[in-house]
Design a protein around this ligand. Structure first.
Ligand code: TYC
Length: 103
């Protein structure tokens, strides 16, 4: 006899796995040498903050030692932290921006 084959049915549904990229924080680190106005200028230029936002972030880092500036994908966070740190170095200041993955 001739038994027709059963159609092949996948046991599991294909699962569309769309991962959200992990975000990374850019942190501003306080130091004793970089002028406040210079920090504010860099925050405005590199992180597109307005004067009020930049002043608030600068003061928070000044008082607490460190402040979160913004969150981005890893590549963008690292590029911006490097560019902002380099802007300080180019002007002779030890201004430092670091990055770390968000929890
Ligand atoms: N502490 C610096 C000063 O008194 C200002 C400053 C603020 C520097 C924040 C860095 O991340 C910083 N001139």
């Amino acid at each position: 006899t001739n038994t027709p084959e059963a159609p092949t049915i996948p046991k599991t549904k294909p699962k569309p796995k769309v991962e959200r990229p992990k975000l990374h924080k850019v942190m501003l680190v306080n130091d004793d040498f970089t002028p406040r106005e210079f920090v504010v200028m860099v925050l405005k230029a590199e992180f597109r903050m307005n004067a009020d936002q930049a002043q608030r972030v600068m003061i928070t880092a000044h008082q607490k030692g460190v402040c979160v500036v913004a969150v981005y994908t890893k590549d963008v966070a690292e590029t911006k932290a490097t560019r902002a740190t380099d802007a300080g170095r180019a002007a002779g200041f030890p201004l430092l921006f670091t990055t770390e993955p968000e929890e």
